[in-house]
Design a protein around this ligand. Structure first.
Ligand SMILES: [Zn+2]
Length: 292
């Protein structure tokens, strides 16, 4: 088992004398909590775990605080899979579709059919932007490498593995720098060749430090302090209320009349919000909220 302190954490690493950076992350409790809430069968859970790890790794590459969302919409057994990492450390996500049929899938295309991957970045207080990546690889890491190479023009290698308990991944990335093109190319060829030797069994059984030592012990690798990651759903009674208000009073009063109250279950965390008629009256008699 990986050392306890690696669970639900992410660590940056750097190599002395190069401009290659890395991130390594392992999700245990956060991953298991999300899977248990929706009771995904193991193959679906593992793919979902990969998406969560990817969101965590991508979030670490941002220079600012914000929300990273990785989402695939397809026409396979799974119709959608989504993972979100906000403020670098908070994870949530969801899978939709026929989980039983999805359980027979072997690769990304089996799960999602004809799909593309959308990577959305919302900087705090800034404008959101989205990159669409065709699913040209049969695994998520390959698709993300393609995204970084094409849209960001940063050579990147990613390895993600998941089992029932743990979802874990490593990213190495060439940063823009002032070295000569020859040195940059040689450094990258060396580090990426070593990365390719990393096996899923090693990722799932070794600590972050052990994995990096095994791969890069001759390359002056420096591992930074871990950052804790956790499952966090940003839903609240107030946000649910705002969503209801946006549907309009007529629709909400109709539901209220039909069902006695309006009940909303958060699709991310299963939290239940119930609004009785007197709440609904309050909701629509209040002045519109001030948006901060
Ligand atoms: Zn929620």
């Amino acid at each position: 088992m990986p050392a306890m302190n690696d669970h639900d954490s992410r660590q940056r690493f750097l190599f002395d004398g190069t401009d290659i950076r890395g991130e390594i992350t392992s999700l245990a409790t956060s991953y298991q909590t999300l899977v248990a809430q929706q009771q995904y069968p193991e193959p679906v859970a593992k793919l979902f775990g990969e998406f969560l790890v990817a969101a965590s790794l991508l979030s670490a590459t941002l220079k600012f605080s914000g929300i990273v969302t990785i989402q695939a919409m397809g026409n396979g057994p799974l119709s959608a899979i989504m993972a979100e990492c906000s403020q670098g450390t908070k994870l949530r996500g969801i899978v939709r579709g026929d989980f039983d049929a999805g359980s027979k899938a072997k690769c990304l295309q089996d799960f999602l059919g004809n799909a593309s991957l959308a990577i959305t970045i919302e900087p705090e207080g800034g404008e959101r932007y989205q990159g669409i990546v065709p699913m040209e690889s049969d695994n998520l890491s390959g698709c993300l490498e393609h995204y970084f190479n094409q849209s960001e023009q940063l050579p990147t290698q990613i390895k993600i593995s998941a089992d029932k308990q743990l979802a874990t991944g490593v990213l190495v990335q060439q940063m823009p720098n002032r070295d000569t093109a020859e040195k940059v190319a040689a450094d990258w060829a060396h580090i990426s060749a070593l990365m390719q030797t990393l096996q899923a069994e090693e990722q799932l059984s070794l600590s972050h430090a052990e994995q990096l030592y095994r791969l890069f012990h001759e390359d002056g690798v420096r591992l930074f302090e871990p950052e804790a990651l956790h499952f966090f759903c940003s839903c609240s009674r107030q946000r649910t209320e705002q969503a209801l208000i946006s549907l309009g009073s007529e629709e909400i009063y109709d539901i209220c009349k039909e069902q006695g109250s309006v009940q909303i279950t958060c699709e991310f965390c299963n939290e239940k919000y119930e609004f009785h008629k007197n709440h609904v009256d309050d909701m629509f008699s209040k002045p519109p909220p001030i948006i901060h």
